[in-house]
Structures are given as structure tokens and as C-alpha cells.
Write a protein that binds this ligand. Structure first.
Ligand code: HEM
Length: 275
């Protein structure tokens, strides 16, 4: 009894609740960002011109009449997303099973319960683990080469051998994002309505449809990038708008691939003259 009274006087920490709230907020931001990211990437399905238009827009080409691009705008966007990604991952680790024993106990209870939402939590943990590594590689590359272009992106898929990473990451990210947003709705009671059981069923259906929708967009975009990348493998580094002097010059200062391409073109011209 004495012990209970002492425990009651200890001030309860608000830190775990604040960490949970931060994890939810960063998760919501990243989930919505990933949906927007997939819609922007899938503009390649409408053609190289559409993807190029969005890429130039993101590089703030509309600021000046010459069409000068600012890859630094993409750099800062990636920096913000990467920081939030790291914060979200660091907060998520708190909930991982930390030993093989803990993992085995969880798996056996998961089998015994056979409860969909518990199974979804496990998928969250596995996909988070995958994204930890693969997401960091992609973000680091976008941070150090913040140039987006239909050919440069397709070259990254094929000639820089990013396609296996993108394929695995695509499944991990789409499952993680939709399950994550579904679980947020359940946790904070969003859209619960009057009949919580009924709305849970509806939300599950929406979640499944969204996963199928974004996976389909991702797989189709993946295939288009691979086809463009295969066709462009002998001109790696050449830009879609290589005839645009202002863009070409800006990118040359930022992207070593473009510089290498320039060097190759000069060398080829030299060889032709010599022959
Ligand atoms: C501001 C941050 C980001 C930017 C600017 C960005 C940009 C891009 C671009 C331009 C591509 C096309 C391929 C390429 O150029 O290499 C791409 C593909 C992809 N990105 Fe991101 N990305 C960002 C964040 C993320 C994050 C956080 C994830 C997941 C952790 C992610 C997952 C993917 C996946 C899976 C693909 C392949 C899509 C497909 O195969 O259809 N991206 N991203």
C-alpha cells in the first residue's frame, strides 16, 4: 500500500505521449508525401514531356523567363524529407522487437490471435526495416544528384542499376504508407463515425484499394522508366532538353553525369574529325 502511494506521487512523464504524437505526425507527412511522389513520378506514363514539365516546375524554372533551373530547390526538398524520414525511423525503432526471443514471442502470439490489425503491424515492422536501408540509399543519391529529368532518371534505373532497389522499395513503401495511414485513423479515431466496427471495415477496403492503385501506378512507371533507360543506355548522361542551353549549362554545374556526357561527345567529335 505504502509502495502504491509513493508510485502515485511520482510525476508521470509526458515524453512517451509526445514521442508517439511526433511519430504519428511525421508518419502522416511521409505517407501523404509518398502518395504525391508516386503521382508525380507516374507522369512518365503520359510521356517524357509531361515528366520533364513537372521536373522543371519543381526546379523552379518558372521564376525566370530564360527557363533557368534551380536543382538546389530539389536538394532542399530532399533534405527536409530525409530529415523527417530519419526522425520517423528513429521513433519507430522504439517499438521493434529487440531480440530474437521477443520476435519469436510476438510471432507465436500473432499466429494464435490471427487478428488482421496485429498482422498489419508486423508488415509495418518488416517494410520499415527494408525502407531503412533502401530509402536511405535513394534519398542520399537524390541529395547528392538533385537533378530530375526523363533521361537522367531512366539512366539511374538502368545504367546505374537502381532498378532492383526501386522494385523492392516500391512494394515496401506502398504497403507501409497505406497501412500506416490506416493505422493512424484507427489509433486517433479519425473517420470513426457512429459505428466504429462498420467504419473499420470500410477503411480496410479503402486501404486495400489505395495499395492496389499506387502499386499499379508504381509498377507501370517502373516499366516505362526501364524501357526508356534501355533505349538510352548508349547516351548516358544526355539530358532530355540537351538542346536548351540554359538548362544544359545549369545541370553541367551540378551533375557529373552530364559533364561526363559532354566530355564523351567532344571525344566522339574529335575521333570523327581524325577519321
Ligand atoms: C524529396 C524527396 C524525393 C525525391 C525528390 C524523389 C525523387 C524520385 C525520382 C525523380 C524518381 C524517379 C527515378 C530517379 O530519378 O531516380 C523516384 C523514384 C522512386 N522513389 Fe523517390 N524521391 C524522394 C523521396 C522518396 C522516398 C522518401 C521514398 C521511399 C522511402 C522514395 C521511393 C521511391 C521509389 C520506390 C521510386 C521508384 C518508383 C517506381 O519504380 O515507379 N522516394 N524518386
Amino acid at each position: 500500500m505504502e509502495k502504491l502511494i509513493i508510485n502515485d506521487k511520482i510525476k508521470k512523464s509526458r515524453v512517451p505521449a509526445r514521442l508517439d504524437l511526433t511519430q504519428s505526425a511525421t508518419g502522416l507527412f511521409l505517407g501523404l508525401f509518398m502518395w504525391a511522389h508516386m503521382i508525380l513520378i507516374s507522369s512518365i506514363l503520359l510521356g517524357k514531356g509531361s515528366f520533364n514539365f513537372i521536373a522543371r516546375f519543381m526546379e523552379l524554372s518558372f521564376i525566370s523567363s530564360s527557363g533557368k533551373v534551380h536543382p538546389s530547390a530539389v536538394f532542399f526538398a530532399v533534405l527536409i524529407v530525409f530529415t523527417i524520414f530519419i526522425i520517423h525511423a528513429a521513433l519507430g525503432i522504439r517499438k521493434f522487437p529487440i531480440s530474437w526471443k521477443e520476435h519469436a514471442i510476438f510471432r507465436s502470439q500473432m499466429k494464435m490471435l490471427n487478428h488482421t490489425d496485429t498482422n498489419l503491424w508486423y508488415i509495418q515492422v518488416v517494410t520499415a526495416f527494408i525502407m531503412f536501408f533502401l530509402g536511405s540509399v535513394h534519398l542520399y543519391i537524390m541529395l547528392t544528384h538533385p537533378h530530375i529529368d526523363p533521361f537522367i532518371s531512366a539512366d539511374r534505373f538502368v545504367s546505374s542499376s537502381m532498378w532492383p532497389l526501386y522494385l523492392v522499395l516500391l512494394f515496401a513503401v506502398e504497403l507501409h504508407a497505406t497501412i500506416g495511414i490506416y493505422r493512424l485513423c484507427m489509433k486517433w479515431g479519425w473517420f470513426a463515425g457512429k459505428d466504429a466496427r462498420k467504419s473499420r471495415g470500410k477503411m480496410k477496403t479503402i486501404k486495400n484499394r489505395l495499395t492496389i492503385f499506387f502499386l499499379t501506378l508504381g509498377i507501370l512507371s517502373f516499366l516505362v522508366f526501364v524501357i526508356i533507360g534501355i533505349g538510352h543506355r548508349h547516351n548516358v548522361g544526355q539530358l532530355y532538353m540537351s538542346d536548351h542551353p540554359v538548362i544544359e549549362k545549369t545541370i553541367q554545374n551540378h551533375d557529373t553525369a552530364a559533364v561526363q556526357h559532354e566530355a564523351k561527345t567532344v571525344q566522339n567529335e574529335k575521333n570523327t574529325h581524325e577519321e
